[in-house]
Design a protein around this ligand. Structure first.
Ligand SMILES: [Zn+2]
Length: 155
């Protein structure tokens, strides 16, 4: 059975948290320069949970899924969302950290020109974001990031 993952919409001041959610594989949209009214409309339309630090937004009478983030530190913010999140090896690093799009596998020959030679020689699997062109690989950073993500959700 396919697992249904919650989707999120975050205020711009929660951009850091959005990046962490994307690392975990969650669809975390940040719409820039959009009014609160329109964000609420989008959250409803796209079935997203609206994450905000604004008490005013959290208290709006309109009916929509929302969650008030009270922590300032992004790691603790992630902890606040524990009820919605699950660490899953298959999900992590499947989205572009920058633009929230799903990333795709790409053969290393195709990106040879745009990655450092050392990286090209060392790693085998690469993924790319078709929107911004960012290339990802599972470098030494990968294992420690993974551990950190796991810890944050299991504290
Ligand atoms: Zn991207």
């Amino acid at each position: 059975m396919k697992e249904i993952k919650p989707k999120f919409l975050l205020d711009e001041n929660l951009n850091r948290l959005a990046r962490w959610l994307r690392m975990l594989g969650y669809d975390a949209a940040v719409y820039k320069s959009v009014s609160i009214h329109n964000k609420v409309r989008l959250a409803k339309k796209e079935r997203r949970i609206y994450l905000t630090r604004s008490k005013k937004t959290a208290k709006l009478k309109e009916e929509f899924s929302r969650f008030l983030i009270s922590e300032v530190d992004h790691q603790q913010q992630l902890g606040e969302l524990r009820q919605f999140l699950k660490f899953n090896d298959d999900f992590i690093f499947t989205r572009c950290i920058e633009c929230n799009k799903k990333i795709e596998k790409i053969s290393k020959e195709k990106i040879k020109e745009i990655i450092p030679p050392y990286i090209y020689e060392t790693f085998i699997e690469f993924t790319i974001c078709r929107k911004c062109g960012k290339v990802y690989w599972q470098g030494s950073h990968y294992a420690s990031m993974k551990r950190q993500l796991k810890n944050m959700l299991t504290i």
